[in-house]
Design a protein around this ligand. Structure first.
Ligand SMILES: Nc1ncnc2c1ncn2[C@@H]1O[C@H](COP(=O)(O)OP(=O)(O)O)[C@@H](O)[C@H]1O
Ligand SMILES: [Mg+2]
Length: 239
């Protein structure tokens, strides 16, 4: 579904990503790990077309998104990709519900009523129904993060990108987000997430380990493998 071919990215004199290639297949769950500052976020933003690259290309199905014009690219991102960040990044002057439906309204592909119905379904599914009219400062961090997953899913994207989605959450809230991601993936959603958390990585089927902007290690898990133990062992070997 997504083919990353030899991408590099420089910023002024510093090279942040070096010649990275890999593939994300439909239904994959990919975790990106590695030390702070190794280029994980930059990689995520480069693949999703939020950030430009210096060399190489990113193919999304048969579209070369590295060559798309900004306007087409933002439409593409809005309808095909969902994004979740460490801090939910919701608008302060809108209710939770209005934040969730906003990307749906911006996409202008459907009647507002359909978008509202889908938002309600998503909120129910993420177990945050009842919080519709709350201000974003009136819910917990975990609830806010689940709302931001609803927002990311509002246009029924083909792939969900997450940058340290549990980085600011306590362990209970992390568990809830993890369960949601695992369920979404089981139902076919393609997921790529940056994470420091081996519990999150243990839900993935592939892990890319980035050091200094390069893929330093890569692991695929077999179905049924006890991934938590495997991930811990694998990470220990790398550090
Ligand atoms: N906009 C930017 N301008 C300059 N340097 C940047 C910028 N974004 C990232 N970097 C640098 O690129 C490197 C990788 O950053 P980042 O992708 O955020 O790492 P990670 O997400 O793995 O912590 C870091 O050394 C960071 O300082
Ligand atoms: Mg980062």
């Amino acid at each position: 579904m997504i083919k990353v071919e030899n991408i590099s990215k420089s910023f002024k004199d510093t090279q942040i990503l070096h010649d990275i290639s890999f593939e994300i297949k439909k239904g994959d769950f990919v975790a990106v790990m590695g030390p702070s500052g190794s280029g994980k976020s930059t990689l995520l933003y480069s693949i999703s077309g939020m950030d430009s690259i210096s060399n190489g290309k990113v193919m999304f199905e048969n579209m070369n998104i590295s060559e798309m014009k900004e306007e087409a690219l933002s439409e593409f991102r809005l309808t095909k990709m969902g994004f979740v960040f460490q801090n939910a990044q919701m608008l302060k002057n809108l209710s939770i519900f209005d934040n969730i439906i906003l990307p749906g309204l911006v996409a202008k592909n459907e009647p507002a009523n359909d978008i509202r119905k889908r938002a309600s379904k998503l909120m129910k599914r993420m177990e945050i129904e009842g919080l519709e009219e709350r201000d974003i400062r009136e819910v917990s961090g975990g609830q806010l993060q689940r709302a931001s997953i609803c927002r990311a899913m509002i246009n029924t994207p083909e792939v969900l990108f997450l940058d340290e989605p549990t980085g600011a959450l306590n362990s209970e809230a992390t568990e809830q987000v993890l369960k949601i991601l695992a369920d979404l993936n089981r139902e076919g959603m393609t997921i790529m997430t940056v994470t420091h958390d081996s519990c999150v990585a243990a839900k993935a089927r592939k892990i890319l380990y980035i050091i200094d902007g390069q893929i330093a290690a890569y692991k695929e898990f077999l179905v049924g493998e006890n991934r938590e133990m495997e991930v811990e062992k694998w990470l220990k070997k790398l550090s």
